[in-house]
Ligand binder design. Structure first.
Ligand SMILES: [Zn+2]
Length: 182
């Protein structure tokens, strides 16, 4: 079962979808839209592999659409803009760590239930009041309003290059980060 590499602008609420599509086209990250998959999914572009590197030996990544119509191949989805930050977590997420005392926060699921942007969590160990965005989520969760998802990859095997993150920062005027989720 493959996963998604999710790239997102950190704490940025007014990034336009059109500008993301235009930028990824210019970079050669994406090519044509995928038919029958809505209008927000694209085939990878000619320079995709210059911006996303794959670790490990000969990863079994399908770079072209599959004949059986499965969506388990590498393609790019531009997430629709949310009204406020949305929490996305992988189902394999281990406990995040408290940035103050470094202990793991074992009751995070309970605390994140019904979470809305702006709500704080508290550390069961040191009692610190924490913005969940500041916890160490071990690249298995993130807080996004807008995102670019690379589908059909495996966690921690597909990595965005520094050049890509720098380019996105230049164009959008904010840093970008990433995590993995199914
Ligand atoms: Zn703590």
């Amino acid at each position: 079962m493959s996963s998604r590499l999710i790239l997102y602008p950190v704490n940025q609420l007014d990034v336009s979808n059109d500008k993301i599509v235009e930028t990824l086209h210019q970079l050669g990250m994406i090519s044509s839209g995928i038919e029958h998959a809505g209008d927000n999914r694209y085939l990878i572009g000619a320079r995709f592999l210059q911006y996303i590197t794959f670790m490990g030996c000969a990863p079994a990544i399908e770079l072209a659409p599959l004949e059986n119509g499965s969506s388990e191949f590498c393609h790019v989805e531009i997430g629709q803009q949310e009204k406020s930050l949305k929490f996305i977590a992988d189902d394999t997420l281990a406990n995040p760590r408290c940035p103050e005392c470094k202990e793991s926060i074992s009751n995070w699921q309970e605390q994140m239930h019904n979470w809305q942007a702006g709500d704080l969590m508290s550390c069961p160990n040191c009692r610190a009041k924490l913005a969940p965005e500041n916890l160490n989520w071990r690249r298995a969760a993130g807080f996004v309003q807008q995102y670019v998802a690379i589908h059909g990859v495996y966690p921690k095997e597909a990595l965005p290059t520094e050049a890509l993150l720098n380019k996105l920062e230049d164009v959008f005027g904010c840093s970008w980060d990433y995590f993995y989720a199914r």
